[in-house]
Ligand binder design. Structure first.
Ligand code: C2E
Ligand code: MG
Ligand code: MG
Ligand code: MG
Length: 277
């Protein structure tokens, strides 16, 4: 059939590209449905304070409970949600659900626990983000200091002037701001002093080969000391072994998150995890 359409058409609509476009469209339709049909769920990964040994907070991680595919991880759908703009309504649901759940745990005496939510660049670029988050805090009654927003360097560096204003207005709500996947971006570090940031999260790529590669240990230790010099808190993600935890504790890292402590858990499993500790 592509032969009939000639060479150019063949190049533009090579079968693999056509299939890919079809697959994306199918995913988009399914994702739209997922939001409406309430197939999205949040799992919560504990964060451990290294000084007190206490779990002080959790990170909300979205999963899609797909009727066809079972539990789907965000790597398989966040990209499409971003491209189609579906991430905006999806992200609003995520913030609301995380705040609602966190307030429920507060009322149940399981805490106080902070909850971190990942924000995508598309969400962050919306002028009404602050107003939406303020409304959700009001609606759920969650104390603002228990909500942390995770942003990547590329999200805040897309438009630094706008980002500075947005971060300032978010800070005025009383929420905390953290930089996710720190160390993997390509941006100037000067934003760290210009933006109202509370926490740096060391990317898991530096932690995963901490023992094997000396340079990664040096980078992780360097980020800890950089953060502390700027009066920022520092959390390491992707901690999978006791040795990694010990290394980070020795370097003065404030908190850790990773499979060594726990994977992301559904609300029920998280409650059991907290009660057991
Ligand atoms: P992230 O925010 O950096 O989240 C950490 C990811 O690392 C999670 O994967 C988590 O399950 C995984 N992880 C945690 N501990 C370990 C460990 O010890 N070892 C290893 N190998 N991995 C670990 P997940 O849940 O698949 O999420 C992947 C990414 O998807 C997140 O990276 C985040 O960028 C994005 N994401 C997740 N939930 C949301 C959301 O609600 N909204 C948006 N916009 N993005 C989200
Ligand atoms: Mg994160
Ligand atoms: Mg991360
Ligand atoms: Mg997990």
């Amino acid at each position: 059939r592509s032969k009939e359409l000639g060479r150019n058409a063949c190049r533009l609509f090579a079968p693999s590209m056509k299939d890919e476009a079809k697959e994306r469209l199918r995913m988009e339709v399914l994702l739209r449905e997922a939001i409406v049909e309430k197939q999205l769920v949040l799992h919560y990964q504990p964060k451990l304070d290294l000084r007190s040994g206490r779990v002080y907070g959790v990170e909300a991680l979205v999963r899609w409970n797909s009727p066809e595919q079972g539990l789907v991880y965000p790597g398989a759908f966040i990209g499409i949600a971003e491209e189609t703009g579906l991430i905006v309504p999806m992200g609003e649901w995520i913030v609301r659900e995380a705040c609602r759940q966190c307030r429920e745990w507060l009322d149940a005496g399981l805490g106080p626990l902070t909850v971190s939510v990942n924000l995508s660049a598309r969400q962050f670029a919306k002028a009404d983000l602050g107003r939406k988050i303020a409304a959700i805090l009001g609606e759920t009654g969650l104390p603002p200091n228990l909500l942390e927003l995770e942003l990547t360097e590329s999200t805040v560096m897309g438009n630094p002037e706008e980002a500075a204003r947005m971060l300032q207005s978010l800070k005025e709500l009383g929420v905390c701001i953290s930089i996710d996947d720190f160390g993997t971006g390509f941006s100037s570090l000067s934003y760290l002093t210009r933006f109202p940031i509370d926490t740096l999260k060391i990317d898991k790529s530096f932690i995963s080969r901490l023992e094997e590669e000396q340079a990664n240990g040096a980078i992780a230790a360097g980020i800890v000391s950089l953060a502390h010099s700027l009066h920022l808190k520092v959390v390491a993600e992707g901690v999978e072994t006791q040795r990694q935890l010990d290394f980070l504790a020795a370097k003065g890292c404030d908190a850790v998150q990773g499979f060594h402590i726990s994977r992301g858990l559904d609300p029920c499993a998280l409650e059991a995890f907290l009660q057991q500790r």
